[in-house]
Design a protein around this ligand. Sequence first.
Ligand code: ATP
Ligand code: MG
Length: 455
Amino acid sequence: MFSKFISLNLLFIIISASMLFLVGEKKAVETVNYLEEVGFPGDSERYWMLNREIEINLAEEPGSGFNIPKSIALFFPKETRTSSRWISIPKNGSVSFYNYFDNLQYGFHSSVNGLSYNVIVHFTTIIWVLKSLLLGLIIFQFLILVRSWSIQKSIITRTLSRSLSKLTEQAKTLSKEKGPLSIKEMESLAGTLDEINATRLDTRIDLDNTQEELQNLAKAINGLLERINESYRLQARFVSDASHELRTPIAAIQGYANLLDRWGKDDPDALEESIGAIKEEAANMKDLVEQLLFLARGDNNTMHLEVERFDVGALLQTIHRETQMINGAYALELQVEEAWVKADQGLIKQAGRILVDNAIKYTPSGGNITLAVKNAKGQIRLTVQDSGIGIPPDDIPHIFERFYRADESRARVSGGTGLGLSIAKWIVERHGGYLEVLSREDFGTRISLVLPEAH
Ligand code: ATP
Ligand code: MG
């Protein structure tokens, strides 16, 4: 805007100079015509002419000046075509920049009827008017600049402090929440940070106005950093737990391979035992690797959901039928009603199977297991209830953590890796739902998978 104003002022000065030139030329032509008709005026006429800012003198010698080149002179009126011209700025009294041009004179030397004259045009009035206009223009521009600067400054401060407080809020809520950051939280944080970039932090900002927000921000970011650290710590633990879990079946396979190497060739019993064990360990390892891959894809957000509308009741009936075929030792009760959701059927089935597998794994044979689907108040509940060993109260908050097993010694016997429920949790949360646990030791466990109903 400032450079626009400078250009505007230059244009004004150029137009003003052109105007002075045209006025000077016009007055000179009028004067020459007058001299041709009337001759050299008397004192009183010259006095009145001076009031019109025209001065005429008889010139003994032609004044020094410049002549208009012939090619250009053609465009000038014939009266002044041959005149020599000069421009002067006599200085009388104290001269400041403001009144420097006040006495500007445009002189002509003309010969009329055999007499030589110097015609001098003064511009005092017109220069005063132009000067006042220019001054007014500059003051006006200055006010506009000051106003737009203050508006811009307040906009920058406002947008920036809005973004900062939004980031602070976000960081605060993120640091308050428990557990590591989820991908969603990370993304929304990145979004807020992007917005801050968009408000151009490189613009100079008055820090005094934003200090309070910055302090709050610093506090919130510290909290957030703690959670990020926690995330990294959990990640590192996950990797070490995963390696540890894989080491066990690998060591077992290695052990049986050695056994085979030594006696297996001659001893058919050892051969059979080793092959059976190697097969089982390999199957365990395959399951574990599949679970790990699932979680890794979930963490990277590369899992593709095939969302469709389906009846969870019908899905649980299928799970019930399949489970009954494999595990005849349990009385599996089924209570379903129609309950439609929009979700990835394969994944929901996987989550349902995880709950049923646990119920079977942690319920002594002969126990009761109930599978139910209920549609209540827009929420679909898939519940698996068993009359099994239950979960100690202290363990309940942790059972959704990766590799967490409530009772290590019992779990080792049952062969679990502690990843099932964390996978189920990921699946349910990805569909906008949650898991609910109710359990009492030596009495039983009820875990519900809650999903929003599809309309
Ligand atoms: P995985 O399912 O990966 O083979 P897992 O069953 O040990 O192994 P999760 O399904 O994640 O792992 O369950 C975590 C822990 O929660 C289990 O080790 C067990 O101690 C406890 N748990 C889960 N479901 C039940 C249940 N129905 N009854 C008793 N304890 C349970
Ligand atoms: Mg399990």
